[in-house]
Design a protein around this ligand. Structure first.
Ligand SMILES: Nc1ncnc2c1ncn2[C@@H]1O[C@H](COP(=O)(O)OP(=O)(O)O)[C@@H](O)[C@H]1O
Ligand SMILES: [Mg+2]
Length: 422
């Protein structure tokens, strides 16, 4: 009997029987030893082969079960694997056999360019949207193709592409922007008319206005202004959420931005009995940023600070150069924010007091808009507050922002300048 050993571990045993007496000579023993060695190796190979083919089976089962299309090609763009979903997306009768060249059908699709692009510079994944018509339908479906190079050492071993059907998502986005243009036109236009005519009446151009009429009309005016702000907020929020907004970078002096906001809001602070103080030093370096959007952030923060500070309190704006960033702070002596809500207030539509008969007006979108804008400037926004003792909001903007950091400009979706000052 001979043990079958592999790297010091027993794998099995080899039994031999013979009726000769001097059965095991030294030579035979050596022969048997090497036989046992080869047998162990052969068994191990068989086991490894089985394990690999089990794994391959497992992988294929997973890939055929998932809803996304998967296409794997080797460095010469020969098919290594195509799952049933990918086969259907590319309108092929059956998946091509392993090692077959990429089917002619695929060479005419944009995915071919995507694969070639990766082959030429295999140093990162690439994403592309491609449109394909499934079998028996003349309707185009949109797929998002994410191609990832499989690099071993320095050599491109292959490319794995995942295709996800985003047709519904595209359709929803289209409906959302349609809805938005409806909102902007169908709601803004009558609002402008209301504001215009109320103004004309108030100016006395349609005859004398009694005291009580003036009072009511002024309320109409105030409420339409609120409505206008609400619509502007909703539009701005949707633009930012859909990623259709890009910054317009230009040299910006933060102190100038802050001063403009303070001037704009000083009257509403006064009528709320709150003193508004600007503590921004003059020597803040000029940075590249979108001044209009930064003004929007400061406006929202100061506006909140005034709103949530009872009469007699104060609101202080300041800025500081902190290395690669400029940090702006807006502190107030108001009602403060409970600790457990200090993260959540930056969520869309979130308000600490959101009851039906709540005390403070607003949509709960202001801080969400701020966060989007600040993050577009590669900065951070946060709050420090003790309930009952006021709150300080901080945000940072990166000093060395460049055009490449923020992607291409999309002028079609930028807000109209006329609403900029509001
Ligand atoms: N300075 C502040 N002091 C206290 N609470 C604040 C302050 N700023 C914001 N909040 C809280 O965060 C919520 C969200 O703010 P925001 O997104 O601007 O929405 P809105 O002002 O429309 O309510 C507010 O409803 C309020 O509960
Ligand atoms: Mg607000």
């Amino acid at each position: 009997c001979m043990p079958l050993m592999l790297r010091g571990e027993p794998l099995g045993a080899l039994y031999l029987g013979d009726n000769r007496r001097d059965f095991v000579t030294e030579q035979q023993r050596q022969f048997l030893e090497s036989f046992a060695y080869f047998a162990s190796t052969a068994i191990e190979n068989a086991q490894l082969y089985q394990a690999i083919s089990d794994k391959k089976q497992e992988l294929e089962t997973i890939l055929s079960g998932i809803g996304d299309g998967v296409l794997v090609v080797d460095g010469d763009l020969r098919v290594v694997l195509m799952n049933p979903v990918a086969t259907r997306i590319f309108n092929l009768p059956a998946p091509p056999p392993d090692g077959a060249p990429l089917p002619e059908r695929l060479r005419q699709e944009p995915i071919y360019e995507l694969l070639n692009e990766i082959r030429e510079s295999p140093d990162g994944s690439r994403m592309q949207e491609i449109e394909l018509a499934p079998r028996g339908s003349d309707q185009l479906r949109t797929y998002q193709a994410l191609a990832t190079p499989l690099v071993v050492g320095n050599a491109l071993q292959g490319i794995a592409t995942v295709l996800r059907d985003i047709t519904t998502q595209k359709e929803l986005e289209r409906m959302k922007s349609n809805f938005l243009s409806v909102v902007s036109h169908e709601l803004r236009t009558p609002l402008h008319a209301i504001k215009g005519f109320v103004n004309i009446i108030l100016m006395g151009k349609t005859g004398p206005v009694t005291e009580i009429q003036r009072d009511f009309l002024e309320t109409v005016q105030e409420q339409t202004n609120n409505l206008q702000r609400l619509i502007d907020d909703l539009l701005e929020f949707s633009r930012l959420e859909s990623g259709r907004v890009t910054l317009r970078l230009q040299p910006v002096d933060i102190p100038v931005v802050i001063e403009a906001v303070v001037e704009k809001l000083i009257l509403s602070a006064q009528s709320a009995g709150v003193s508004l103080v600007n503590h921004t030093p003059e020597d803040i370096p000029t940075i590249m940023a979108d001044p209009w959007r930064l003004e929007q952030v400061v406006t929202n923060l100061v506006d909140n600070a005034i709103k949530f500070t009872p009469a007699g309190g104060s609101v202080t704006v300041a800025a500081e150069d902190v290395g690669d960033y400029i940090q702006v702070s807006v502190s107030d002596t108001g009602i403060g924010i409970p600790h457990e809500q200090q993260e959540r207030i930056f969520d869309r539509f979130y308000q600490v007091d959101s009851g039906a008969n709540r005390q403070y007006k607003g949509t709960g979108l202001g801080l969400t808009i701020c966060r989007h804008i600040v993050e577009h400037h590669r900065g951070r926004i946060w709050v420090e507050s003790e309930p009952g003792q006021g709150a300080t909001f901080y945000f940072t903007v990166y000093k060395h922002l460049e055009e490449e950091d923020i992607g291409s400009l999309d002028f079609t979706t930028l807000p109209q300048k006329e609403s900029a000052g509001k």
